[in-house]
Write a protein that binds this ligand. Sequence first.
Ligand SMILES: Cc1cc2nc3c(=O)[nH]c(=O)nc-3n(C[C@H](O)[C@H](O)[C@H](O)COP(=O)(O)O)c2cc1C
Length: 234
Amino acid sequence: MKITIINGQNHKGSTYHIGRILADKLALEKDITEYFLPKDMPAFCLGCNQCFLVNESKCPHYQYTQPIIESIDNADVLIFTTPVYVYHCTGSMKVLLDHLAFRWMVHRPNGSMFKKQAICISSAAGSGMTSACKDMKHSMFAWGVGKIYTYGVRVSANSWNEVSPKVRGDINLKTDGLAKNIKKNNNKVRPPLKTKGFFLVARMLNKKSGWNEVDVTHWKTRGWDNTTRPWHHK
Ligand SMILES: Cc1cc2nc3c(=O)[nH]c(=O)nc-3n(C[C@H](O)[C@H](O)[C@H](O)COP(=O)(O)O)c2cc1C
């Protein structure tokens, strides 16, 4: 199983360790690729719209987005991690998600997403884990990811060293359960009705020429305007 971890922070604190503990229960080191933000995506989206209107390769920050996009596409499982910053994901995580807006279902989703699993992980000293996980889950859903899990942890600490043995024990148990489910569902993912419904709405829009020709062509060449569906297993 191939794993891509996108860390919404550069440092290896509580959030990183929780994501890594889960990844290590799923795959061998050689199958785990990690990114750290903002190191691996250090530029804000400029709003030039080139990704929407022409192609993602026209993004002025394509040198940063390209390897991350490739890694996401090649992975079976995506792990997104963020510490809670003022009740939300980090600004760095949001910056990456902004750069991948063209991947939203209404534009040019990648067909492989519908068979993937993603886990959104957040850690907080006190609270805000739910809204921080939602920040990431929103994009996962809109990319068409077939199965999405969220895991928010109240670590009651400012650093990994301060995290108590009780909380570490809970993390161990919870990641055991998550790993079991993820392994069980690997290669068998079927997106929920809500995702399929959203896909059909996007399909309707993309059947109209004049909507956004680049998107319309993307849908047509994959046969999604016809009867082909990206979640069908061969
Ligand atoms: C800028 C900033 C904002 C934070 N905002 C919150 C918050 O809204 N709620 C909370 O419970 N903890 C908040 N914290 C604490 C961290 O979320 C918490 O310590 C987290 O576990 C740190 O993870 P890390 O070790 O991976 O950096 C904040 C920390 C920082 C640096």
